[in-house]
Write a protein of this length. Structure first.
Length: 138
């Protein structure tokens, strides 16, 4: 898997990102999803957010090697704190972690949500607590 060939899991996530979206990929790891979507012309801009230094540097490298620094911002931040008001985010992907972790990211970052973004969530277990939070928070 790389920025040109996504895993089946990430391809399924990519299929739910609306055309022309301004994507925030939270927990971006290597930044493969936003880079692949940008290379395909599927999104307008992206933020790749990462809380840990090693994947943050990996995402920076992927973005740099694809000459996409002007279109994809890589940010070291905890969860939705990677999103800044001027980003105009229309879609948020949070994938590849437990449902409780995704729920906690959404809950602690509610101030960064307008309620208009498409949430693309792919939990690896713990789906019920995440579904419950989503129902309780409209």
């Amino acid at each position: 898997m790389n920025e040109q060939t996504l895993s089946m899991r990430l391809e399924r996530v990519a299929a739910h990102v609306p055309a022309g979206a301004r994507l925030a990929d939270i927990g971006s790891d290597h930044g493969y999803l936003p880079v692949a979507l940008m290379r395909r012309g599927a999104i307008a801009a992206a933020v790749a957010g990462e809380v840990a230094l090693t994947p943050f540097h990996a995402a920076e490298r992927t973005v740099r090697e694809n000459d996409l620094e002007q279109r994809i911002s890589v940010r070291l931040a905890n969860g939705l704190a990677a999103i800044e008001p001027g980003d105009g985010i229309t879609a948020i992907s949070i994938c590849g972690m437990g449902g409780e972790t995704i729920r906690d990211i959404l809950d602690s970052g509610k101030a960064h949500l307008s309620g208009q973004e498409r949430l693309i969530l792919q939990p690896n277990g713990g789906e019920q607590p995440l579904r419950q939070w989503l129902m309780e928070n409209d």
